[in-house]
Design a protein around this ligand. Structure first.
Ligand code: 9PG
Length: 495
């Protein structure tokens, strides 16, 4: 295991880390702070890497693929994986007395590692991230503007609601590229071809009318998952990722119970995945949101024991790409980040936005900042600003409505500013019917494409994340700072 000793006082450093998958935390924190570990065991699989969990210790920070240590002069050290196609690159920085130990575990085949001292951490991190993107043949198509059903309709989405919103968006001249149906249309996790009782139609009924309205049809799938009640599970129990006990391994709890994941080293499962993506494409969906992808990347017992879990993940994702075709637009979500480069077009780079600022009980008292909230989404997506050469970053939806939302004006503007600063995909989920004049104005602003912004500094932070950008400053804390309200963004503010 490569290790380095830095003769530098830990009290003077900040650390920049990035968690395992889309929803895992990314942070910019004083090195001597404590990296929160999720108290609830059942959250380990769903928000983190159970094979390399956050440390839970003061001064010990774990990070995937990338790590940076920042001195007060803006210089410091940058670590970056040179390749992530078959390898998880697991960094740890450890404050020890008057020095710092840095180590890196490679889970998978040997890959080149970059570890260097630099006078400019921001520039070096960006340069190394861009190199990784090039080495893995990143796909970075033009960003899209997406309407997604999840954050208003959740699992109760209907065919009628999709069409109603698409018609209203067209009538209002809203510049969406894609209308994307999310979770709720399917009978069960894994049984994608059978509609749910409430949907009021079949997923294949939607693309025709959407095309006529001028929108590209998009569809959500959690292709690696199977619920224990699904036909997929009943008919192909032998395709499931297993635990040491030989039983299918639960990889999370959602949809009212535990769920399982496909073993993507099994040829039967791989063929089924190819077929699934081709079927969705055949229904008329060239845009696929592929969610809960982490399920195929967890530690477990696989059909082919020679295949490591990063490689197994990539085989599953490759099968989906092969089925969907080279010109399909694939958005990864709940997905290992660097390991997806070159196969996805876009990637969720933070937890879900929600129509409220924070859920402090879960974040602070349960040590879990992977749950839905505006604050968690900003915190993590902003702290991954350098990932745009890997894929189009998707920091999740804007919330422009005032009804059915607890966000205040400042908080709505902060979410909008996150979209502008990240400079990737644009998404909204607001029922168009709920938007009045100011709501529509904000939505139009949120749909205006921008280029990614750069941090002004990593030596300051207002809330433990990257908050000081060249276009303006975020205050993610609950207290007012000079010139900045709590939960806010101020454009042009460099105070
Ligand atoms: C659909 C949703 C939306 C959303 C995705 C994802 O850890 N969890 O329990 C957890 C549940 C749902 C979730 C994220 C995490 O949301 O990010 O956009 O598609 O699935 O079910």
């Amino acid at each position: 295991m490569p290790e380095w000793t830095l003769n530098v006082n830990p009290a003077k450093l900040r650390v920049l880390v990035s968690g395992f998958q889309s929803w895992s935390e990314a942070e910019l924190r004083p090195l001597q702070d404590t990296q929160a570990a999720p108290l609830m065991r059942w959250r380990h699989e769903q928000g983190h890497d159970p094979g390399f969990l956050p440390s839970g210790q003061a001064g010990v920070w774990r990070s995937h693929s990338v790590l940076a240590l920042v001195r007060p002069d803006g210089g410091g050290w940058v670590g970056m994986a040179g390749d992530a196609t078959q390898t998880f690159v697991q960094w740890e920085a450890r404050a020890q007395g008057d020095h710092v130990r840095v180590s890196c575990i490679l889970e998978g085949p040997e890959v080149p590692l970059h570890w260097e001292e630099t006078p400019d951490v921001i520039a070096t991190l960006e340069a190394r991230a861009a190199e990784l993107g090039r080495a893995m043949h990143a796909r970075t198509p033009a960003p899209l503007r997406v309407w997604c059903s999840w954050y208003s309709y959740y699992r109760s989405v209907t065919l009628a609601a999709m069409l109603d919103n698409a018609c209203r968006a067209r009538a209002a001249g809203l510049p969406f590229d894609v209308f994307q149906l999310d979770d709720g249309f399917q009978a069960d996790l894994g049984d994608w071809e059978e509609p749910s009782a409430h949907f009021g139609g079949h997923a294949r009924d939607l693309p025709g009318p959407l095309r006529e309205l001028g929108y590209t049809p998009g569809l959500w799938l959690a292709p690696f998952l199977a619920s224990p009640t699904s036909r997929l599970f009943a008919e192909h129990a032998d395709w499931m990722l297993r635990g040491e006990d030989g039983c299918p391994l639960p990889v999370g709890h959602n949809w009212g119970g535990p769920y399982f994941a496909l073993d993507t080293t099994h040829p039967g499962a791989l063929a089924w995945l190819r077929e699934l993506a081709a079927t969705a494409r055949g229904w008329g969906y060239p845009y696929l949101k592929l969610d809960f992808l982490y399920g195929a990347a967890l530690p477990g017992v696989r059909h082919d024991p020679r295949v490591g879990r990063a490689q197994a993940y990539r085989m599953g994702l490759q099968a989906l790409r092969d089925g969907a075709g080279p010109d399909a637009f694939l958005l990864g979500c709940g997905a290992p980040l660097a390991q997806s480069i070159g196969l996805v077009d876009a990637m969720r780079t933070g937890p879900d936005v929600a129509p409220f600022w924070d859920e402090e009980s879960r974040r602070v008292w349960l040590g879990d900042a992977t749950g839905p909230s505006a604050r968690n989404a900003l915190h993590t997506a902003l702290s991954r600003w350098y990932q745009h050469p890997w894929y189009q970053p998707d920091p999740d939806v804007a919330i422009c409505r005032r009804e059915l939302s607890l966000l205040n004006h400042e908080e709505r503007e902060a979410v909008a500013a996150m979209l502008d600063v990240v400079g990737g995909l644009r998404a909204s989920s607001d029922p168009i019917e709920l938007l009045d004049g100011p709501g529509l104005d904000l939505l139009r602003r949120c749909l205006a494409l921008s280029t990614p912004d750069r941090p002004r500094t990593l030596t300051q932070s207002m809330g433990g994340a990257v908050t000081h950008f060249s276009r303006g400053t975020f205050n993610l804390t609950d207290t007012a700072a000079p010139g900045l309200s709590p939960h806010s963004y101020r454009e042009g503010f460099h105070g």
